[in-house]
Design a binder for this molecule. Structure first.
Ligand code: ASP
Length: 567
């Protein structure tokens, strides 16, 4: 047979030279024999790491087998060798476990992708996309491409702008998503649309984000929310079965309000339980000002039962307190109650509660011997957010998560509007085209924050991997939403006039969603960041280290565009 590939490593053993040849499909051992073919063996001894070679030879059974790799039982006794291309010594080890740090690997990404780990992720990514396409094609969805040079879209992030050479001072925006275009495809009668599509958001690089990322963007006409749950729940079930041979089963649903109340998050990880328990109606009377003040100010007293953690040391308890005190959580501290194994009950609020009262509080948590109760008191949002984070932290510390399990669920009934904590302004929670629940329209004028939207997310192991909604297709409701968002008629015409115009010509009821493909692939391949599943990602600071971008451009290019850079 003839094989081509890269030299991973070679070793000389007695009169034999063995070379591991790597290609996209794996490793194959090549054998050269000094006794039977000295010239060829000498040539093999000259091969360096990452040389590209082609060999012809005979496949034979190995005497010492390697059961770690699929080709471990055979080797190729080489009869002809051609060096197709030489290589300099690579800057890091091209193996699954490498000595190269991420910066170096991003700079030489083409070498990084030769590593089996990355290669396999990219292959799985392609298989996932193939499974998605075959599922959606089977359901009569049509893949339609939408343009990248468009007008600003409404996902609420900052746009990437592209200056127009032909109209100085005017700019295209790169799509934050094809949201408006897919809705116009519904007006156009396309009925079932999808697209594997790049989206662009110029956000601050907090957390695990990329300025450009891929969505599986979908939209359907003449449907209700249930059709979306069935179609796209079915899609993840299909993909999991095909790729991981895992049966997800029916996806549970949880209401947004319940998710926030019970898990302090709109993307709860339900691979473990540990819900937040609210104590406002369960607190015994006492002089404890921390709790009393929170209640007097309309706040919340609530806590978690860290099962089996009563033996946490002072230091561990302090760490948890610090965890909830950091500025973005901002709690004053945590009160603990320890239900010790020996049957005693101890608390950091011993001074204010009798043992009987502590046991009464513990009963609200179903506390048993060995349990540690952690309680917070403050504004509702702060307590919920902090306990939601603490819940995840406890799961990590106590190994509560079974990594062979998946938790994939729908979160439904999101609010239509949100209030900006600082300015008090009302903004949309998802985007301005989400349809309110008809029965909540009674709150629309006077209590808009109470209006629920027909908006849903899919959550996978505590990560949001899909968002979507039933859209507004009636002009009058769309105008009401714009009014509530404080958009003047001029604003709305300037931003969305083309869309509102289209809706004059017969808009079908429609709805859809978009999957974050990168995050879904990351979770399904066990990656730690979405950079691991993107062939050529940017750093967390938004740089492409391989191409060295962004960079200043030539003065003439700027002149063409009518742009001057201000020092
Ligand atoms: N365009 C939305 C997003 O990118 C998804 C949707 O509503 O379909 O989040």
């Amino acid at each position: 047979m003839t094989l081509s590939g890269w030299v991973q490593k070679s070793r000389v053993l007695g009169g034999m030279t063995f070379v591991d040849l790597r290609d996209r499909y794996g490793l194959t051992q090549l054998a050269f024999n000094m006794e039977t073919n000295a010239e060829l063996c000498a040539a093999a001894n000259q091969l360096g790491r990452e040389y590209v070679i082609q060999v012809t030879g005979n496949v034979t059974e190995r005497s010492s087998k390697n059961n770690q790799i699929p080709t471990g039982e055979i080797e190729i006794i080489v009869t002809a060798l051609t060096v197709l291309s030489e290589s300099e010594t690579p800057p890091f080890l091209i193996e699954s476990e490498t000595d190269g740090n991420e910066e170096l690997r991003l700079k030489y990404r083409y070498l990084d992708i030769r590593r089996p780990k990355l290669r396999d992720i990219l292959i799985t990514r392609a298989h996932i996309i193939r499974a998605v396409r075959s599922y959606l094609d089977g359901k009569d969805f049509i893949e339609v491409e939408t343009p990248n040079l468009i007008k600003s879209t409404p996902e609420g992030a900052r746009d990437f702008l592209v200056p127009s050479r032909l109209q100085h001072g005017s700019f295209y925006a790169l799509p934050q998503s094809p949201q408006i275009l897919k809705q116009l495809l519904m007006v156009a009668g396309m009925d079932r649309y999808y697209q594997v599509v790049k989206c662009f958001r110029d956000e601050d690089f907090r957390g695990d984000r990329q300025p450009e990322f891929t969505q599986i963007d979908c939209e359907m006409s003449f449907i209700h929310q249930e059709d979306i749950f069935e179609t796209f729940g079915g899609m993840v079930q299909h993909v999991f079965k095909k790729i991981l041979n895992y049966d997800l089963g029916e996806l549970p649903r949880i209401k947004y309000d319940d998710a926030i109340r019970l898990y302090g998050s709109d993307k709860p990880d339900l691979r473990f339980d540990c819900p937040i328990v609210e104590l406002n109606n369960h607190l015994p009377t006492s002089d404890f000002v921390v709790f009393n003040n929170a209640l007097a100010n309309g706040g919340l007293v609530a806590g978690l039962n860290a099962k089996g953690s009563a033996n946490y040391t002072r230091k561990q308890l302090d760490e948890l307190t610090e965890f909830v005190k950091v500025s973005h959580r901002g709690l004053g501290g945590l009160v603990n109650i320890r239900f010790n194994e020996d049957g005693t009950v101890k608390s950091s609020a011993d001074k204010f509660y009798t043992e009987e009262q502590l046991r009464q509080i513990g009963a609200a948590f179903g506390a048993e011997k060995g349990d540690l109760i952690l309680i917070a008191a403050d504004k509702h949002s702060k307590v919920r957010k902090s306990l939601g984070d603490l819940r995840l932290e406890l799961a990590k510390r106590n190994n509560w998560i079974d990594n062979s399990k998946w938790s994939v669920l729908w979160v439904v009934d999101f609010p239509l509007f949100e209030q900006d904590e600082e300015s008090g302004d009302i903004t949309f929670a998802h985007h301005p085209f989400c349809s309110p629940h008809p029965e909540d329209m009674i709150y629309f004028e006077n209590d808009p924050l109470k209006v629920r939207a027909q908006t849903y997310d899919m959550v996978m192991n505590g990560n949001e991997i899909l968002s979507g909604s039933i859209r507004i297709h009636q002009r009058d409701i769309q105008e009401k939403v714009f009014n509530n968002l404080g958009l003047t008629p001029e604003d709305r015409d300037k931003k969305f006039g083309f869309m509102l115009n289209a809706f004059r010509y017969g808009a079908p009821p429609h709805g859809g969603c978009a999957f974050g493909l990168d995050r879904m692939v990351m979770l399904m391949t066990g990656g730690e960041t979405i950079r691991d599943v993107i062939a050529f990602p940017k750093t967390s600071g938004g740089r492409d280290l391989m191409m060295d971008a962004p960079t200043p451009v030539d003065g003439n290019q700027l002149k063409d565009l009518g742009i001057a850079i201000r020092e």
